[in-house]
Design a protein around this ligand. Sequence first.
Ligand code: SAH
Ligand code: DHB
Ligand code: MG
Length: 221
Amino acid sequence: MSLKVHNPRWTRVDRYLEDRLEPDPILDAAVKASSAAGLPDIAVTPSQGKFLHLLARMQAARRILEIGTLGGYSTIWLARALPADGRLVTLEFDEKHLNVARENIARAGLSPLVEHRLGPALETLPQLTGPFDFIFIDADKENAAAYFEWSVRLSRPGTAVLVDNVIRGGAVVKPRAHDTSSRGIHEMNEAIRRNPRVSATTIQTVGRKGYDGFLFALVAE
Ligand code: SAH
Ligand code: DHB
Ligand code: MG
């Protein structure tokens, strides 16, 4: 477990910011359906989802890879950044999550753009053909270093990689022995530091999901 750090002001400000986003009945329905199906409430927030969407648009992404589908909430934000002939491949090992995601993505009219791969990501990644223009890593944090390595392998010069949940309430700085998630993120950070092909930075975030952060990386041109 990461350190859970919460603050009512961060939650209030997140609500303020969410109130200023476009109304979005399709994403609201995806949240509702995911929660009704009993999925954990750990998708990116609306502000974060829009951030992913804008990054994918900045990248003019035509091929997107997502590791960790859950109910497809981040998938919808990302797939909406694609042109009509674009493609998003999303990896998930929990069939129940994948089925909820399929419905949410269908309701969003995005099924033709989205390809699901069921199985442990370390087994499905070797089956993929790159390159991807934009990669979102958001599955188990234990394997973050391996996911990052696969991402670089599946990239082209200029590919952007975003990794969720890299601060973990600050636990990443000094992970406790049993905190395998924070240890996994730390290993990823060390691997990135040694990788001359990758230029990366990490931004700490606060909000209604607590205190966390994103790592953002570009693969060398
Ligand atoms: N990206 C989603 C949230 C993903 S939560 C969003 O923001 O909307 C993390 C997901 O990764 C969960 O659905 C979990 O089942 C999946 N996952 C965890 N370990 C995995 C693994 N080894 N391989 C594939 N998927 C995995
Ligand atoms: C967890 C996973 C996530 O991807 C996230 O954004 C928040 C929490 C979790 O496993 O607890
Ligand atoms: Mg996450």
